[in-house]
Unconditional design. Structure first.
Length: 137
C-alpha cells in the first residue's frame, strides 16, 4: 500500500471522525437521542462526505465506474454501519460504558475495516481487477 494514500485516507478519516463526534454529541446532549441511534446518524452523514473526498482526493479513482464504486462504497459502509451500531450498543447497554468511550472503540475498529475493503475492492480500477483476475486463472 502506498503511504501517500494511507495518509490521505487518514486525513479524510480525521475530518469524518470530527464530524461524527460533533453530530453524536449534539444529538445525544441537545436532542436526547439514544447514543446508538445518534452514532448511526452520524455515520450516515459521514458516509456521503467521505465517499466524495476519498473518490476524488484519496484514491483519485478515475479507472472505476462511478455507479460501481458508489455501490461498493455503500456496501462497505453499510457493513461498517452495522458493526458501528453493534459496537456502540454493546458498549453502552452491555458494558455500561459512557457513549463517548463506545465511540472511541468504534473509531478504532471501523476505519481499519473500511480502509482495507475500500483499498482492495471499492476504488480498485477496473483494469487492475481484470488483470488480477486473469493472473489467478
Amino acid at each position: 500500500m502506498k503511504l501517500k494514500i494511507m495518509i490521505k485516507y487518514g486525513v479524510v478519516g480525521l475530518i469524518g471522525t470530527a464530524l461524527h463526534f460533533m453530530l453524536l454529541i449534539a444529538l445525544v446532549e441537545r436532542f436526547q437521542f439514544h447514543p446508538a441511534l445518534a452514532s448511526a446518524i452520524g455515520f450516515i452523514v459521514v458516509l456521503a462526505v467521505s465517499y466524495y473526498l476519498n473518490r476524488k482526493w484519496t484514491f483519485s479513482s478515475v479507472g472505476t465506474s462511478e455507479l460501481r464504486s458508489i455501490i461498493k462504497y455503500t456496501v462497505v459502509s453499510v457493513s461498517g454501519l452495522m458493526l458501528n451500531t453493534g459496537i456502540m450498543y454493546v458498549a453502552v447497554e452491555g458494558l455500561h460504558l459512557r457513549y463517548t468511550v463506545g465511540q472511541l472503540l468504534v473509531t478504532v475498529v471501523i476505519p481499519l475495516f473500511n480502509f482495507v475493503l475500500n483499498y482492495y475492492w471499492t476504488f480498485r480500477s477496473d483494469d487492475t481487477a481484470t488483470v488480477s483476475l486473469k493472473r489467478t486463472q
